[in-house]
Design a protein around this ligand. Structure first.
Ligand code: GCU
Length: 411
């Protein structure tokens, strides 16, 4: 367990007392037991919009060095097209599906693209899927991934799972509203398992990540940027209007992708929780210590310093949201998803608002947590919907409405 070893080394080196991992600590769900905290000010030291880019850079670098980890080198950024894919019509002809395969750092990324037939320069949603492209659409032409798959017998993709995640992907609605959908399996880039960074794209990188270098979330985010590079070569898709979307750990990923790569025109976090949109200092539901223990490969080793020590973080997650400014960003929660701290997600969206306002944008219109199933949408969008940890038709309806307003100029 490479991450555990480096945790010990780090503890010895920097002597941080708080590094002990609260493995068995019970999660807190009681608002009255939240420790008193002060949020760092995203606008600290600046007064004008002109000063924001420098401040933004500073915040971005802190998040990179202390939490997600930096990409070690841009030497492996180049992509090549291995198979351009053939187009076929689906959804009664109104959509065209194709499956280009691109190679990145020696790995094949199998894309599934569904776009309005005859679209030219369509805006697109780009999102990773959890278990393979065949789970998004029930279509016999979509090959099963051969890569390691989480929570499946023998960690293999199965024929019987074709279309099993279809309810999480409002494909027809996306098409009917003039958007393309581009998806790929996140395990194509890096299998979601703590293997000491031996597999996935990491295999191409000569050295193991240093304490301030990427964990898997940053690696997946890097992969999304490389897919965006590819989309720039696709005439039917407008790479200047790509919304990057993700659910849960992949929502943490979409936020980090959007923070790093300002080419993403819009960013969506669905139920991203701890390490995503939720304020770390609240310690409601999943905590920093808990996430670092359960998923030692997700963040960089420096993030271990903040186990049970959130007050020392030089930032909090409202500043991650603020890194999207002035671009539109949407944060979505679900009532029963208490592990992800819905209120903490709302507060991050709210406390990013001063940055948007400094840049002349509205930010989040709601001052208080909106009622269930009643979205609030400015340049920051937020909703808390009924139900649990998932992506639903309701969520997609809001994302499409938000994206139409911001990427298609439609009210
Ligand atoms: C776990 C994890 C969360 C994560 C979620 C998911 O619940 O603790 O941080 O968001 O998995 O990705 O489904």
């Amino acid at each position: 367990m490479m991450r555990y070893r480096s945790c010990l080394i780090l503890a010895l080196t920097i002597g941080v007392a708080h590094i002990a991992i609260a493995q068995d600590a019970k999660p807190n769900y009681d608002e009255s037991k939240i420790p008193a905290y002060t949020l760092p000010d995203p606008l600290a030291g600046i007064e004008s919009a002109a000063q924001w880019p420098a401040r933004r850079k500073q915040i971005l670098e802190q998040f990179a060095a202390e939490m997600f980890g930096k990409v070690p080198t841009d030497k492996f950024n180049a992509i090549s097209v291995k198979d351009a894919g053939t187009r076929k019509q689906v959804l009664g002809g109104k959509a065209t599906m194709w499956q280009p395969v691109i190679t990145l750092a020696g790995r094949d990324l199998n894309l599934l693209v569904v776009m309005p037939t005859d679209s030219q320069q369509a805006p697109a949603f780009l999102a990773y899927n959890f278990h393979g492209n065949h789970t998004v659409l029930d279509d016999a032409d979509i090959p099963l991934t051969k890569n390691w798959v989480r929570s499946k017998p023998d960690n293999r993709a199965r024929e019987e799972d074709r279309g099993s995640a279809a309810s999480r992907w409002a494909v027809e609605k996306i098409i009917d509203n003039g958007f393309a959908l581009v998806t790929l399996y996140y395990g194509d880039v890096d299998p979601d398992v703590d293997d000491g960074f031996e597999n996935g794209v990491h295999a191409a990188f000569p050295d193991k990540p240093a304490a301030d270098q990427w964990g898997s979330i940053a690696t997946w985010a890097w992969g999304l940027s490389r897919v965006l590079d590819f989309l720039g070569t696709v005439p039917e898709i407008d790479e200047t209007r790509v919304a990057v979307m993700g659910h849960s750990r992949l929502g943490k990923t979409s936020l980090w992708a959007g923070a790093n790569d300002e080419r993403f025109a819009l960013v969506i976090s669905n139920n991203s929780g701890c390490g995503g949109a939720a304020i770390s200092r609240r310690r409601i539901g999943e905590s920093v210590a808990r996430i670092n223990t359960s998923f030692p490969h997700w963040f960089c080793d420096n993030f271990l310093k903040y186990n049970d020590n959130e007050s020392q973080l030089p930032f909090d997650q409202h500043m991650l949201i603020a890194l999207m400014a002035p671009r539109p960003v949407y944060v979505a929660s679900a009532v029963e998803d208490t592990w992800a701290d819905p209120r903490g997600e709302f507060l991050a969206a709210k406390h990013a608002t001063p940055v948007y306002e400094l840049l002349g944008r509205e930010g989040l219109p709601a001052d208080e947590m909106p009622a269930v199933d009643e979205p609030s949408q400015g340049s920051i969008g937020y909703h808390i919907r009924s139900g649990g940890h998932s992506v639903t038709e309701f969520d997609w309806t809001q994302y499409i409405k938000f994206a139409k307003r911001h990427l298609m100029n439609e009210q």
